[in-house]
Ligand binder design. Structure first.
Ligand SMILES: NC(=O)c1ccc[n+]([C@@H]2O[C@H](COP(=O)([O-])OP(=O)(O)OC[C@H]3O[C@@H](n4cnc5c(N)ncnc54)[C@H](O)[C@@H]3O)[C@@H](O)[C@H]2O)c1
Length: 402
């Protein structure tokens, strides 16, 4: 019988004794994770691990007292019979023999250092996107992962948003629009929110906006194109956000709007439009195939009380019925973060550990999403198109390495 987390965690049913729980029982976890970095994203990982239920959390490593406190609160909302362990060093957190997996959610520029220690533990790894801020570091992580004896998953979880899960099903599995020829993604949203020490305001620490945030969309490009990028053109600038922002005497230098075009080896063309000074969250994917057009979108405008509004439209002219729907997960799953995508990322992390087939982002997926972001950033700086082969060879990576 299906598990009903909605009832298991319902405070109105908290009075029930364990022996009286059947529909409301919780899953008995069979594996244990530690979380490295417990800012806003690490806390989301703690909540999702515990709510998903097949795994539990033992402890965390994060040097910041506020983040330690927030992690304890997230943990205590689900686990009341023990305390969250706060490790004093990264090495201790990575090498605890009672722990099966590590979730790495530290700032982007720290991923490379953290992974050198984390991977040496041989434990299962779920590592946040972007895997690194530069192609050189992303390549080093790819090499580390190739020798890793356990699961190595990248946190590109947008593919589990309900709109993209449905788009994958329709376009790639059901082939509803025939052969995909062109891809467009748009994101319009509010500026980057505050972070611990404001690392996301500086390209040096984040990799800049097209690597930091937009790797999610480039991963979707790569997924739908099912090919390798050949050439990238981009234009962008910092026009509105953080133009007067400084931290530790240093001025912010991140893009807040951009347009990116990617050409793929199989002839598919993709474009991306970003604007980060919109008073809402809006994202949209349009796929044009030789048999039809698919559009999905997700919008949160803060005006209505309905939360995130989502939609999918598939038009196939005279050959098939058009379909218009509103893909959603139950609201208690969506409330766990990123429209429910993080919950499914965790379910699939557990499945990967159990050896079950999944479509989670691999290290290669993580690498190629960084490559497109870095190429676009380069194109913006130089005003020239960037050939991926040249960019990779500058980093000592040849076709034979891939
Ligand atoms: N997949 C997604 O949708 C998604 C969403 C948000 C953030 N992220 C990623 O998660 C990571 C963390 O982002 P965030 O938003 O939580 O940032 P944040 O600033 O809120 O939190 C980062 C935390 O890491 C801690 N930290 C810094 N260096 C550390 C180290 N060496 N070891 C341990 N802890 C360290 C900081 O003290 C802080 O608490 C980033 O890589 C970010 O890109 C992914």
């Amino acid at each position: 019988m299906q598990i009903h987390r909605m009832y298991a965690y319902n405070p109105r049913l908290a009075y029930l004794a364990e022996e009286d729980r059947y529909l409301t029982r919780k899953i008995a976890p069979t594996m244990t994770f530690n979380v490295i970095g417990t800012g806003v994203n690490g806390q989301e990982h703690i909540r999702n691990t515990l709510y998903e239920g097949h795994a539990t959390i033992k402890g965390i490593y994060d040097p910041h007292p506020n983040s330690q406190k927030a992690a304890k609160d997230s943990f205590a909302a689900y686990v009341t019979d023990r305390e969250l362990v706060i490790y004093q060093t990264l090495e201790e957190a990575c090498n605890d023999p009672e722990v099966d997996g590590l979730i790495i959610a530290t700032p982007n520029y720290t991923h490379i250092e953290v992974i050198r220690t984390a991977a040496a533990s041989g434990k299962h790894i779920l590592m946040e996107k972007p895997m690194a801020t530069t192609i050189a570091d992303a390549w080093e992580i790819t090499q580390i992962a190739a020798k890793h004896p356990a699961v190595f998953q990248i946190g590109l979880q947008y593919r589990y948003k309900s709109i993209y899960t449905e788009a994958i099903h329709e376009a790639l599995e059901r082939k509803s629009i025939g052969e995909i020829k062109a891809i467009t993604i748009t994101e319009q949203r509010i500026p980057f929110i505050d972070k611990v020490h404001q690392w996301n305001k500086f390209s040096e620490y984040s990799g800049d906006t097209l690597v930091e945030k937009c790797c999610h969309y480039f991963d979707l490009f790569n997924l739908f194109a099912a090919s390798r990028p050949v050439k990238v053109y981009a234009s962008g600038s910092q026009d509105v956000n953080f133009t007067e922002f400084t931290y530790d005497g240093k001025a912010s230098d991140i893009l807040d709007n951009a347009m990116v075009i990617v050409e793929y080896a199989n002839g598919i063309r993709a474009n991306f439009m970003l604007c980060m000074f919109s008073p809402m969250f809006y994202e949209e994917l349009v796929l044009c195939g030789d048999q039809g057009r698919l559009k999905v979108s997700e919008s949160q405008d803060f005006l209505t009380e309905q939360g995130v509004a989502s939609s999918m439209q598939i038009h196939c002219g005279e050959s098939m019925p058009a379909r218009i729907s509103t893909p959603k997960y139950p609201s208690h799953i969506e409330a766990l973060g990123h429209s429910g995508a993080t919950f499914f990322e965790h379910r699939n992390f557990v499945d990967n550990i159990m050896g079950r087939p999944t479509n989670t982002a691999t290290v290669a997926d993580g690498f190629w999403s960084v490559v497109i972001g870095a190429a676009a950033q380069r194109s913006i700086r130089t005003g020239e198109p960037v050939y991926i082969k040249t960019l990779l060879s500058e980093n000592g990576i040849t076709a034979e390495d891939l």
